[in-house]
Design a protein around this ligand. Structure first.
Ligand SMILES: [Fe+2]
Length: 322
């Protein structure tokens, strides 16, 4: 790694106090201002309609940091020892974001981030490269994604789609009457039972994965819990309790024990995201979930999600079943 990859101009880096793997980036007010001036002529619709504009926006943000932010993000997300970033802005008041609507600015900002670390996959729930969704007190959906009063168990994203999901971006864009509901995080290497499950005969066996109707994915996929090792020969995971479909008792009990182990893991930690902050994780080395909310009649939270791949995994080769 060259030393230029460690440069940070126009943003500060610190380690999260609960877990040193998690890096906290704060964009300076000047960086936010320079970026917003450069992109103020574009709105959310224009970046939805024109994919190349998303790269222009990403480049504008990178230029505001003398081209250091993109390198830093990629290096950190790819590095197994870290692999996760919280990105915040020093200021998001009206003058800092150049009068751009707050929610629009947030969408433009996370789009810039996603295109500095690769390309987002099409989100089949929204039909766009990103998905926005609300969590409220009442919900009738068919998965735990939007259900406020229960903990969403630790999992990896993209288990039931054919495409690779190298990274996940989760952004909080609005929060009213919210108590609880923190993000839960666990690095695969911090899971104390990892070896027990990784050395198990079923660790590399293909399992069946499906999803409920709301996901708009009309097929099954087949892959093991532990994906091929990277160069270093360390395990990466693709697991979610709701969408893996065991086909025999051995698989069922292996998965049951895995779920129990993950949910009782003491190294899992929770992170509170402020409005406007963005969590970026390497999806195959970090498990994520969400703690339950404290009931409140007018609880309302708006989230934005992007999932995608590093540039080397774009195009027709972006298929983990190939
Ligand atoms: Fe998720």
């Amino acid at each position: 790694m060259t030393s230029t990859n460690n440069l940070s101009i126009g943003f500060k880096v610190s380690q999260h106090k609960k877990n040193q793997r998690l890096q906290v980036i704060t964009l300076s007010q000047k960086t936010v201002k320079t970026f917003s001036e450069k992109i103020s002529q574009y709105n959310v619709q224009s970046i939805e309609y024109k994919p190349f504009l998303r790269f222009y926006i990403a480049n504008s943000l990178n230029q505001a940091t003398k081209n250091t932010l993109g390198n830093y993000l990629l290096k950190t997300i790819k590095d197994r020892s870290t692999g996760a970033v919280i990105l915040e802005c020093e200021s998001m008041d009206d003058p800092s974001i150049n009068g751009i609507d707050f929610i629009d600015f947030n969408i433009l900002l996370s789009t810039a981030i996603s295109h500095l670390i690769g390309v987002p996959n099409l989100d089949s729930m929204s039909g766009k490269f990103y998905a926005r969704f609300s969590v409220t007190n009442e919900d009738n959906s068919d998965s735990y994604l939007r259900q406020a009063h229960r903990r969403m168990e630790l999992h990896n994203d993209g288990t039931y789609v054919k495409e690779l999901t190298d990274w996940v971006i989760m952004q909080k864009i609005l929060e009213v009457n919210v108590e609880g509901g923190d993000s839960l995080l666990l690095h695969v290497d911090d899971w104390q039972d990892l070896d027990k499950f990784y050395q198990h005969p079923l660790a590399k066996e293909n399992l069946q994965w499906g999803s409920p109707a709301s996901k708009n994915v009309g097929y099954k996929t087949y892959h093991p819990i532990f994906l091929d090792e990277q160069v270093e020969g360390q395990p990466r995971m693709s697991f979610i309790d709701q969408f893996v479909e065991p086909l025999n008792m051995d698989q069922g009990l292996y998965l049951y024990e895995m779920g129990e182990s993950l949910e009782s893991e003491a190294n899992t930690f929770n992170v509170k995201l402020l409005e406007g902050s963005i969590l970026i994780i390497n999806n195959y080395i970090w498990l994520h979930g969400r703690d339950k909310f404290i009931a409140h009649q007018n609880l309302h939270r708006e989230l934005l999600r992007q999932r995608g791949v590093f540039v080397e995994n774009t195009g027709y080769e972006n298929n983990k079943n190939v």
